[in-house]
Design a protein around this ligand. Structure first.
Ligand code: NAP
Ligand code: ZN
Length: 347
């Protein structure tokens, strides 16, 4: 056991503050990582504040981790000390169910071990995330990160990047497809960049007029304000694919109506409160409403390699760890351009 520094929330209504936790000694298949940067996902906020109702306190959030390998177990073959690596939303899974065998570890039938606020496969040991100086992870769940790209901008790819890349690939978004992205935050800005890189004609649907210039710089071909009642009417039946990244409860029906015949809307945002869906939003136009959770390891590595090849990273604002509570408040106000990333040297 090694005691390491971290930042934790002790209760739903408490700000995050300094904390210590024990990391295990690396076992034969383990990789020990010194964390350099960790992105701040809206899921960290939902969890720290117990908005999804299953938080175990103290909670150490953080699942967009980039760092350097410090030690490896004797059975580790893919990594050595000094390598640059990443860890995303998961740190283990059963490895033998149908979904694990098909590289969909995120849907492990026996329960995937999430990077924080979850259990390891022993179903007893609580996991603690990337707002900490070190993490120890089984080799299979460690990703190779190219040194070519700036590491603080790479960190958000580990969640925001793969969560948007995976559905774009799964539903085969391709050149010429009309794609809309709802919500320009961490996930939304990666969705715009990735969909544009795949050749889609991208429309940003946002409630924030001040984000128009940024959306266009990120690669959106069109920007439409959702607060303007004329917008949704004008765009009825337009899109082949919509990716909805909104973090708070909202009306899915108004976006479903923007789909063309056989269009698909994927929900990746995870509002704590449910919304009603009208049958008529789906029936007319044979539309699909689907969801998607992050991505498997193989696809995450594919996404990291794709981003290195195409020079795609996240637009970030680097903060010191003592600014984390302020960063949460600013994220909730939509004042994030477009991901906060913690410089872990400040811990
Ligand atoms: P974020 O950076 O806060 O972005 C969310 C964006 O949604 C905001 O910037 C805003 O964009 C829009 N929005 C927020 N509140 C809204 C409201 N009340 N009405 C309309 N639009 C609103 O959050 P994020 O980190 O991208 O995460 C987004 C959601 O995805 C969270 O719920 C998170 O937990 C979830 N998530 C899911 C997965 C998955 O695997 N499915 C993975 C990671 C995160 P505009 O200002 O442009 O409107
Ligand atoms: Zn996330």
């Amino acid at each position: 056991m090694k005691e390491v520094k971290a930042y934790a929330a002790q209760a739903a209504d408490q700000p995050l503050g300094p904390h210590h936790l024990d990391r295990r000694e690396p076992g034969p298949k383990d990789v020990e990582i010194k964390i350099l940067y960790c992105g701040v996902c809206h899921s960290d906020i939902h969890t720290a504040r117990n908005e999804w109702g299953a938080t175990k306190y103290p909670v150490v959030p953080g699942h967009e981790i980039v760092g350097k390998v410090t030690r490896v177990g004797e059975g580790v073959t893919r990594f050595k000390a000094g390598d640059t690596v990443g860890v995303g939303c998961f740190v283990d899974s059963c490895g033998h169910c149908k979904n694990c065998e098909r590289d969909n570890e995120q849907y492990c039938e026996n329960g995937v071990s999430q990077t924080y606020n979850s259990f390891l496969q022993d179903k007893k040991t609580i996991t603690y995330g990337g707002y900490s100086s070190h993490i120890v992870v089984t080799e299979k769940f460690v990703l190779k990160v190219s040194d070519k790209l700036p590491l603080q901008n790479v960190a958000p790819l580990l969640c925001a990047g793969i969560t948007t890349y995976s559905p774009l690939r799964h539903w085969n978004v391709k050149k010429g497809d009309k794609v809309a992205v709802v919500g320009l935050g961490g996930l939304g800005h990666m969705a715009v960049k990735l969909a544009a890189s795949m050749g889609a004609e991208v429309t940003m649907l946002s409630r924030s007029p001040e984000k128009q210039q940024d959306a266009e710089r990120l690669g959106a071909h069109h920007f439409e304000l959702t607060t303007d009642p004329g917008t949704l009417k004008k765009l009825t039946g337009t899109f082949d694919f919509i990716i909805d990244t909104v973090s708070a409860q909202h009306d899915y029906n108004s976006y479903l109506n923007l789909l063309a015949t056989d269009g698909v809307m994927v929900v990746v945002g995870a509002p704590p409160k449910p919304s009603e869906v009208s049958a008529f939003s789906l029936i007319g136009g044979r539309r699909s409403l689907v969801g998607s959770l992050v991505g498997g390891l193989k696809e995450t590595q594919e996404m990291l390699d794709y981003c290195a090849k195409h020079d795609i990273t996240s637009d970030v604002e680097v903060i010191s760890i003592d600014k984390i509570n302020e960063a949460y408040e600013r994220t909730l106000k939509g004042d994030v351009h477009y991901r906060f990333v913690i410089d872990m040297a400040s811990l």
